[in-house]
Write a protein that binds this ligand. Sequence first.
Ligand SMILES: C[S@@+](CC[C@H](N)C(=O)[O-])C[C@H]1O[C@@H](n2cnc3c(N)ncnc32)[C@H](O)[C@@H]1O
Length: 237
Amino acid sequence: MIRKLSKSKSKKIPPRVPEGEAITDMPELSMEELNEEFKKRMKEYRNFVKFILYELFVKDNSQVLEIGPGPGWITIIMAQENPTLKITGLEISEDMIRVANKNVEEEGVKDRIVFLHGDATNMFQLKDNSFDVIITHDSLHHWDNPIRVFNEIARVIKPNGIFCVGDGRRDIGLGAKVIFNIAKLMISKEISYYWKTSIMAGYTPEEIRNILDQTDLKNKYEIKKDIFDLLITNKTH
Ligand SMILES: C[S@@+](CC[C@H](N)C(=O)[O-])C[C@H]1O[C@@H](n2cnc3c(N)ncnc32)[C@H](O)[C@@H]1O
């Protein structure tokens, strides 16, 4: 018997569910407790920093901007890895800045890092063409107006500056779902809930391309993806 071949199924992607912007102290999890959870991601943060420094070729003495640094671990690793860098973190949550300032002090890199309170959709504190490097990790899915943020990035970055935007993607496949379900057994209820809501707020590569093509970064970017994440960087070819 010849069985009718089913039509190739296009992957079903759930609709995006936006998350709020600022992450603040919550009744179920204080910022200090959340900081301990962020610290468990050091290996991932180190890989992100090493990719930026050594594969995107960041020069010594660069002025770096990190958008949404949260408790500041990426900022700290970057400052420790290259002590010539001057790093500014632009963070919308004052609660996060409180914890980030404490972390920076304890890690001995306070003199090279400054955290500004502000919203990346309007970086009025920052001058045009003022940063050699602009990075952001796990923050894009929180922005309520990503077009404006990407236009602000285009405004404050120097000509030939480097940008690197890393975030989770919503269109994860079966492999990532299996990993997520196993990992869920080993982490707290609050953190697995938070992880799930950030996946649901993430973009697909097609959605992010559509957004970037409406900004001043059009024709200047490329998007890479892996099992959980999207990486948007300067166009290299
Ligand atoms: C999930 S945390 C990631 C923190 C850090 N980058 C990391 O990977 O550990 C996202 C951070 O982005 C900040 N954020 C969200 N929207 C922002 C905006 N419009 N401007 C600046 N920061 C923002 C949040 O307050 C939060 O600290």
